[in-house]
Unconditional design. Sequence first.
Length: 391
Amino acid sequence: MRYLLLASAALATLSGTVAAHEDHQPDDREAHFPAAQDGRQLLLVDLHTHSVFSDGMVWPTIRVEEAERDGLDAIAQTEHLEHQPKRADIPHPDRNRSHQIAAAEVARTGSDLIAINGAEITRGMPPGHVNAVFVTDANALLVDDAEAAIRTANAQGAFVFWNHPNWLPQAPDGVARIFPFHQALIADRQLHGVEVANGTLDAYSEHAFQIALDYNLAVLGTSDIHGLVDWRHNAGHGGHRPQTIVLAGQRSQQGLREALFAGNTVAWINDDIIGLQRNVEPVVQACLKLEPQSYLPNSSVLDVQLVNSCPLAFTLNNDGDRTLHNISDLIRVERYSSTRLQVRMNDERSVLALDVRVLNAHIRPREALRTTLSIDLPASMVPALPSAEAE
Ligand SMILES: [Zn+2]
Ligand SMILES: [Zn+2]
C-alpha cells in the first residue's frame, strides 16, 4: 500500500500536478480549504446540530467525532429549548448539558475542535426557529416570549441567526419571506445571520439568500443534523454536510466570532458555494490555481494544469478572450484534483489570464461569480515570438 502511494505521488509530480493536492485525495472525507491569498484562514463550521438532548438520535460525543472526521474547525450544540421529545427517558433540566458533554469530549481527546454552546429557540412563524450560538447559559433563554429569549441571548454576546426560513411547514410554497418581527430585530442588531442552506431540508434557498443581501445578514449553511452525518450526507464517499466557510483572521473562538459578526461567510452545500462576492471570490481564488507546464512544440498553445485544492468540484465557463485547444469552454475540475487545459495564448505569451464564470459560485440569486484566474509564466517557459511557417 505504501509502495502504491509513493508511486502515485511520483506520477503526480511527473505529470506536473504537484503539491496542491498532495495532502488530499479525491475520496478523502476530511475537508480542508487552503488559506485565502490575503492570509485569512478558511474555517469550516457547523453552527446547527442536535443530539438526544433534544430530538437528535446520538449522544453529543458522536457529534464531536463526526466533526473530527469531517475536518471541521468548529461545531455548535444547538438543542431545541422547547421541543424535548426524549425528556421522559433523558431528564434534561440543564439546557447546557449537551455542550458540556461535547466540550468534555474535546478536552478528553486533546482535539483542537472548537465546541460552541448554543440553543435553538423553536417557535411558530414569526420568528420561526432561531439559533443563538456563543451563549453562556442556555437555560436563561427558556422563557415564554420569543423576543425576550433572543434579547437575552444577545445580552450574553450571542451570534443569532434565523434557521431554515424556507421550511415547508412554515413556508408551504417553499419561499422564504421576512416578517416585521425579523425586520425589527435586525434594525436593533439582535439578528445577525440567516441559513440559506440547511441539511435537514437538503435545500438551498435563493429567497433566503436575497433576504441576507437585502438586510446585510451573514450567509450561513448548516447541517441541522439529527441522525448520522455518514448516512445523511454520504460522508466518506464524496459527500459532506452543508456547512459554513468562515474567512477568519485567526483560528480561535474569538477569530470565529469576529468573522461571523463581520459577515465574512460563505455557505457550502453539495458543490455550491453561496455568499457575497467579497467572500466567495477569495474562496474560489484560494481553491483554484493555474500551473503552466510548457508550450506545445512550435506553437502558441500553452499546456496548463488547473489545480483544485478544495473538497468541492468546480464547473467553470471560459468566456474571455483566450480560447481552449483541447476542450470546450465548459471546464470541470473535481474535488482535490486537476484538469488539463490547452490555452491558445495569442500574442501575450508571458501572462496567462483566464476569464471565467464559476457556475457553482453564487454571488446573488441566479448569478454566478465572474473572476480571472491568472499566473505569470517563468521567463524560461516563454518562447520567442513565433511566426507561422513561411511557405
Ligand atoms: Zn429548526
Ligand atoms: Zn434544528
